[in-house]
Design a protein around this ligand. Structure first.
Ligand code: NAI
Ligand code: MG
Length: 399
């Protein structure tokens, strides 16, 4: 009898490759689970006109926890061209299954931890005083609101009359845009709700408390974007004072934060932001710890317990069909560690991370990205390790 049932969503391209590697590691660490396969991705768009079939949503509803590889998305025109002939006339419109998952399950909390491993040649280094080269140890957890803000989809080009009238009623609009012809306007709105803002702030502070982070940094722009960022800051301040007095609340502007990324990234603990700024700041930090081969993430809904764990990278179609896969499986393996933590299997997650740390510190097994080679099939001849060699090394370093 397995303790857990996990829905696996390999998706497309290297998603299939890295997910299989993560399961090898989960087996080796003694995670006792049954895996059920969920259909998702381009293949199902082509054959069924739906990249996220209802049966997959039902599986996730039933089992709650999913490990996801990556999918391929293409522009609308290409999507139409690749549709199987009998579906072409049905007026189907391609939509991203990732966005679909978020909306269907209300996965409004996105967590992207960025922790550097000692000895990773891709770690950020900077010049210190004199000739000193410093390699700051980074341990940051970014909480990104995942469903609202600029990605909420409320936008117009040449807005309809009622929308235009509503904007025109605002003095700043009249002053700055009042004499621009309506057809020349493009408007994307940034909507924050109190409920979702409270949830992302709460998740960030709670994580900081549980893991003993000293600070939570709100990374927005409240001095300029007064209503959305401003509301988020006020709510963060109230939450900190009333519920988390032992944790410091820092307030940085997104633009300044991007500069501080390279000045003092080691000073930050938990970072929390709206959808777009969270997306930006998490990619920034990921770059400091090794980039796409290392960046893991989770999306979840604390009310229902539905959680999806996935690497940040996409399907990297260029590398999908290599006879011996070369991509770095660590981002996917790290994502499965996040899943283990979510399920209360912390010890197993720690064991896997210790094994990754040993392999990286030893420096003998390095995928092409860690060897700083351009990705091509001959990187293995040039000394890079393959995907499965990296996984094997991690498995043999498990305690
Ligand atoms: P990508 O993340 O797939 O690849 C970009 C580049 O990053 C690759 O060419 C490779 O050089 C490097 N890379 C990615 N993963 C790596 C790994 N594990 N190890 C070593 N190097 C790695 O992004 P791209 O090329 O912009 O998009 C490719 C496809 O993936 C598109 O169809 C896009 O829509 C989709 N995509 C899907 C995502 C998801 O499923 N969450 C996220 C981002 C893109
Ligand atoms: Mg991004």
């Amino acid at each position: 009898m397995s303790n857990w049932t996990i829905v696996v969503l390999p998706g497309d391209g290297i998603g299939k490759v890295v997910l299989a590697e993560a399961i090898r590691v989960l087996d080796a660490v003694g995670f006792n689970a049954e895996y059920v396969l969920g259909d998702i991705g381009w293949e199902f768009w082509r054959s069924e006109g739906n990249a996220l079939p209802q049966r997959t949503l039902d599986l996730i509803s039933e089992h709650k926890v999913a490990l996801f590889g990556a999918i391929t998305s293409k522009p609308k025109v290409d999507a139409q061209k690749e549709l199987s002939p009998e579906l072409v006339k049905q007026n189907l419109i391609y939509s991203s299954p990732i966005v679909g998952l978020r909306q269907y399950f209300g996965l409004d909390i996105c967590l992207r931890p960025c922790r550097s491993y000692k000895g990773n040649p891709l770690n950020f280094i900077r010049r210190g005083r004199g000739e000193i080269i410093e390699e700051p140890a980074i341990d940051v957890a970014i909480f990104r609101q995942n469903t609202e803000g600029l990605y909420g989809g409320v936008e117009w080009r040449d807005p309809p009359d009622d929308v235009y009238a509503a904007f025109f009623s605002h003095p700043a609009f009249r002053k700055n845009f009042g004499n621009v012809p309506k057809e020349e306007l493009a408007i994307s709105s940034r909507i924050f709700t109190r409920k979702a803002t409270q949830r992302i702030l709460g998740a960030a502070f709670e994580y900081a408390r549980k893991r003993n982070y000293a600070s939570v940094t709100l990374c927005e722009k409240p001095n300029v974007i007064r209503e959305t960022s401003g509301m988020m800051y006020e709510m963060a301040k109230k939450l900190q004072v009333e519920t988390y007095p032992e944790i410091e609340l820092w307030n940085t502007n997104i633009d300044a934060q991007m500069m501080w990324l390279t000045k003092n990234p080691e000073d930050y603990g938990v970072i929390v932001a709206g959808n777009m700024f969270g997306d930006i700041v998490s990619d920034g930090f990921a770059g400091l710890i090794g980039g796409l081969g290392f960046a893991s993430s989770a999306q979840f809904n604390p009310d229902t317990g539905v959680a999806v764990f996935e690497p940040t990278h996409g399907s990297a179609p260029k590398y999908a069909d290599f006879q011996t896969p070369i991509v770095n499986p660590i981002a996917m393996i790290e994502s499965s560690c996040m899943m283990l933590e979510h399920l209360g299997e912390e010890e197993k997650a720690t064991h896997i991370r210790q094994a990754i740390a040993r392999v990286i510190a030893a420096g003998k097994v390095r995928t092409y990205d860690m060897s700083k080679l351009a990705g091509s099939e001959d990187v293995l001849q040039q000394g890079a390790s393959s995907t499965s060699e990296m996984t094997d090394a991690i498995i043999s370093s498990l305690p």
